[in-house]
Design a protein around this ligand. Structure first.
Ligand SMILES: [Zn+2]
Length: 485
């Protein structure tokens, strides 16, 4: 591998020109950011146009089982589509991106994340009354729509910086129509792909449904929110149980579930995340609450019978190892579900517990926990974990026809990882390097739907100082309103 110094002047200037075309002429800075938060924010990003690019001479991991890895290969992207993947592609007129020293792979697919919680990063405290659930509930209740916007925008910026190109925004604090609107605005402005799942506000009585009329309205008007179909709408279902002991589904739960099914919306639910909630999957199966359209979150305390019923129904599962470990839910049952042929995605869940949204670390935790549990060095190979973070995650979200692998005809969601950094040299076994050694700082370039949103290690369209400054001001105001010190 040649060094970065061999970057040609033409290629370098090409990169600079691209940034110029994005309108990146400095940033207003931190002071402006705080001022803006008081007045109401303005977008911290302006999305670049989808261009025509060819990434040359990269180590391309297509994550497509038929194609596999292609060393020294090119990826040609035009107007958001992957045109071709292969060696020495003809792409006259395309802007050339030097791929030497880079691993190119599909962007990571994140599958369950309370993005608004990013305003509460690392705020789950050390006493029961300051644990994750009371903290999110107490502060969530005093959130204004603008705070939802600030938390989700910061989360989306972090996602893109880490190489996550798809998020499942599990929005469980919709206190009125304007809350969903604000959250969606943040997703749209950042240009990320994802599913927005509509959820109950914090503190909502379990016996009352969410505002189903508002959910229907959003569904009806979805075209105006979808950002040219980058975003889809789902239901963040609270689940069937008010009392984990009796486990009798409430009328409200049934109404919400039926409404989502009637509207053709995918459903997602937290389940069996503690010993006291064991048996929930069995009840969901009995009550016909499972299916390909119903994603199960955590699913840690499960029996072999329950796993069989999940497999039979086709429900995908998502694990968020850092929150599951940090809060003491238990260990992800990755091996058991994979052995049953169940589709698994990986997730952040909440940075109030996990601290960050590092998908490299999530992959590493999933592998290490599984190998430790099974006392087997070879139980969960790195490449399999990488599949969970890309193509299988996409399958679990029902978007594998569009993203999750690098294949002609799919949309161009991809990342470039710089292997010349000190924690990644030397180039050895790429799947192992990504799962065991790589960090978000190694993500050189991120493309979503053909738009370059990170280049040479910097976000191109998001003003980070403004985003962090405004979020900090929003959190200070939230804490004040809640009397939370
Ligand atoms: Zn969750």
């Amino acid at each position: 591998m040649k060094t970065e110094k061999t970057t040609t002047r033409r290629e370098f200037l090409g990169g600079v020109a691209a940034l110029g075309a994005l309108g990146l002429t400095g940033h207003p800075g931190f002071a402006w950011g705080q001022e803006s938060a008081r007045k109401g924010s303005r977008p911290a990003s302006k999305l670049p146009a989808r261009g025509e690019f060819v990434i040359r001479n990269a180590y391309v991991m297509t994550m497509d089982s038929a194609t596999g890895d292609l060393p020294g290969a090119d990826v040609h992207v035009k107007h958001g589509d992957i045109v071709e993947v292969g060696k020495e592609l003809r792409a006259p007129g395309a802007q050339v991106i030097d791929g030497r020293g880079m691993i190119v792979l599909p962007g990571f697919v994140e599958t369950h994340w309370h993005m608004w919680n990013t305003l509460l990063r690392s705020m789950s405290g050390d006493k029961r009354e300051h644990g994750y659930f009371p903290t999110a509930a107490s502060l969530g209740k005093v959130f204004a729509p603008e705070d939802m916007y600030q938390g989700t925008r910061l989360a989306a910026a972090e996602a893109l910086n880490c190489g996550i190109t798809f998020v499942h925004d599990w929005c469980h604090n919709i206190r009125g129509a304007e809350y969903a609107e604000a959250d969606l605005r943040a997703l749209r402005e950042t240009g990320i792909r994802g599913r927005f799942s509509y959820g109950a506000p914090q503190g909502h009585p379990a016996t009352e449904t969410i505002d189903l009329a508002d959910l229907e309205r959003l569904h009806r008007d979805w075209k105006s929110h979808s950002n040219e179909e980058l975003l889809a709408l789902g239901l963040a279902w609270r689940g069937a149980f008010t009392d984990p002991k009796t486990m009798i589904p409430t009328d409200a739960a049934r109404k919400e579930f039926d409404a989502a099914r009637r509207l053709g919306m995918p459903i997602s639910v937290h389940v069996s995340n503690a010993r006291a909630r064991a048996g929930q999957i069995g009840v969901l199966a009995k009550e016909s609450f499972l299916g390909k359209d119903v994603q199960l979150i955590h699913a840690i305390w499960v029996t072999p019978d329950e796993i069989r019923s999940v497999a039979a129904a086709g429900s995908p599962v998502t694990f968020s190892p850092y929150t599951e470990l940090r809060i003491g839910f238990g260990f992800p049952a990755t091996g058991e579900f994979l052995a049953a042929g169940i589709t698994i995605g990986l997730s952040v869940d909440t940075t109030a517990l996990s601290g960050n949204a590092d998908m490299f670390a999530i992959m590493k935790a999933i592998q290490n926990v599984e190998n430790a549990k099974s006392e087997n060095e070879f139980k969960l190979p790195a490449r399999r974990v990488l599949e969970l973070a890309t193509i299988e995650g996409a399958r679990s979200m029902g978007v594998d026809d569009r993203v999750g692998s690098l294949k002609p005809g799919k949309r161009a969601d991809l990342i470039m990882v710089n292997t010349r950094e000190v924690n990644l040299g030397v180039f050895s076994e790429p799947a192992h390097m990504l799962v065991e050694a790589a960090q978000p700082s190694n993500v050189d370039t991120v493309m979503v739907d053909g738009r370059i949103l990170k280049r040479r290690g910097r976000l191109t369209a998001i003003d980070v100082e403004q985003t962090v400054g405004e979020a900090s001001a929003a959190l200070a105001a939230v804490r004040k309103r809640a009397g939370w010190w």
